[in-house]
Design a protein around this ligand. Structure first.
Ligand SMILES: NC(=O)c1ccc[n+]([C@@H]2O[C@H](COP(=O)([O-])OP(=O)(O)OC[C@H]3O[C@@H](n4cnc5c(N)ncnc54)[C@H](O)[C@@H]3O)[C@@H](O)[C@H]2O)c1
Ligand SMILES: [Zn+2]
Length: 353
């Protein structure tokens, strides 16, 4: 088992990563009583292993199951989680385990952050996206009818527990969606990770465990380092939005749910790479490697056909918009990022080329 520490002073916490470790989770929990928030698919696969482990550790385990999918990040589901916590007689020593993908992590995390002004939270992510991204860094949120993740708080978990083996049952679309975030880390912060993704493509796509362990560990290391330096996204953490300004615009234009997040981000990363090259920030060789890697993993890099005005409106609607200038993340070569304020009009000109 590997341990990566998210260094946040007195709020530092470990991320444990290993293969076949889920049955060990009980020993890592501190509460006498543990409420496990999960969804039906995840419960069916891993609920028994987690509850069994909690009981073997001499603790009382309870399940709180909410329907799967993005729609569960809303106030009525949040209230159901609070209701269950109240009816179980939960108090401030009760530990909440979020077992599932990013939806469960965000909903469970927000519940833990707010119930009795905060109870201990443990993230047990079971999708690639949640393992490399959402479980680390303490962002929690639910959606508002007018916008995604509008209601949330920063609340760091006490620990993150990643069993790579859970990825073997993940549908291919979900796997590739999460992999886009891994590629993102490689492009802007991890030349070694990018190289690993190039070299081990076939093994990664076959979900070879050692290869997956390597890319998840390296991604978590990169994310942990960024979070330790800029927990609240005052600066550096925003580089993790590489490909996301355009990705969010695309999700917005085609309609949420019509395209997976990672598929939209892959298109956004391709476009941001082309913009970086045209601005003279990266060599043609690096551009080719980045575009080649995205294509090699099978991402469709074509931008959906919408008018200039529609793209402009969708980009401006993104919360990072400041006037008509926005903070944009570019790449300065593989493993390097460049943050630049550029106008939405400039981006549109590039999109049209
Ligand atoms: N907090 C953050 O920093 C952060 C960062 C990125 C994304 N997010 C959020 O994460 C959410 C998306 O997360 P996601 O992509 O993990 O989606 P998800 O949580 O909806 O999970 C996707 C699907 O996979 C199923 N599933 C989960 N684990 C499985 C497994 N091991 N085997 C088979 N099926 C499994 C789930 O039941 C679900 O149907 C979004 O709401 C997004 O806003 C948060
Ligand atoms: Zn993302």
């Amino acid at each position: 088992m590997e341990k990566i520490t998210v260094d946040l002073g007195s709020r530092s916490y470990p991320v444990w990563i290993g293969s076949g470790i889920l049955e060990e989770i009980g020993r890592y929990l501190s509460g006498e009583e543990v409420c496990v928030v999960t969804d039906p698919t995840v419960e069916a696969r891993f609920g028994g292993a987690v509850l069994g482990s909690i009981e073997r550790a001499g603790k009382k385990g309870r399940l709180i199951v909410v329907p799967e999918g993005e729609r569960s990040k809303d106030f009525s589901r949040l209230m159901e989680v609070y209701d269950a916590l109240v009816s179980f007689g939960a108090d401030r020593s009760t530990e909440l385990v979020a077992l599932g993908g990013g939806v469960i992590g965000d909903l469970g995390g927000f519940s833990a952050a707010t119930f009795m002004r905060g109870i201990p939270l443990v993230q047990v992510p079971t999708t690639l996206l949640s393992q490399v991204d959402s479980s680390v860094g303490g962002k929690t949120a639910v959606n508002h009818p007018r916008g995604k993740n509008l209601i949330g708080v920063f609340y760091q978990p006490r620990l993150v527990f990643i069993d790579i083996d859970t990825l073997s049952s993940l549908p291919q679309g979900e796997f590739l969606s999460g992999l886009a975030e891994v590629i993102k880390y490689g492009i802007v912060l991890g030349e070694d990770l990018f190289y690993l993704l190039e070299q081990k493509r076939d093994l990664i796509l076959k979900r070879d465990r050692p290869s997956l362990t390597a890319i998840v560990s390296r991604s978590v290391e990169i994310k942990a380092d960024v979070v330790a330096k800029d927990e609240r996204e005052a600066g550096l953490r925003s580089v993790l939005n590489f490909g996301h300004t355009l990705g969010h615009a695309i999700e917005n234009l085609v309609g949420y749910g019509a395209i997976r997040h990672g598929e939209a981000v892959a298109k956004g990363m391709a476009m941001s790479t082309l913009i970086s090259e045209r601005m003279g920030l990266i060599s043609e060789g690096d551009k080719k490697r980045i575009m080649g890697l995205l294509a090699a993993y099978g991402y469709d890099l074509v931008l959906p056909a919408f008018s200039r005005q529609e793209y402009a409106a969708a980009i401006a609607a993104d919360k990072k918009a400041v006037g008509d200038e926005i903070n944009f993340v570019l790449t300065g070569g593989i493993g390097r990022f460049i943050l630049k304020k550029i106008s939405v009009l400039d981006i549109l000109d590039f999109i049209e080329h």
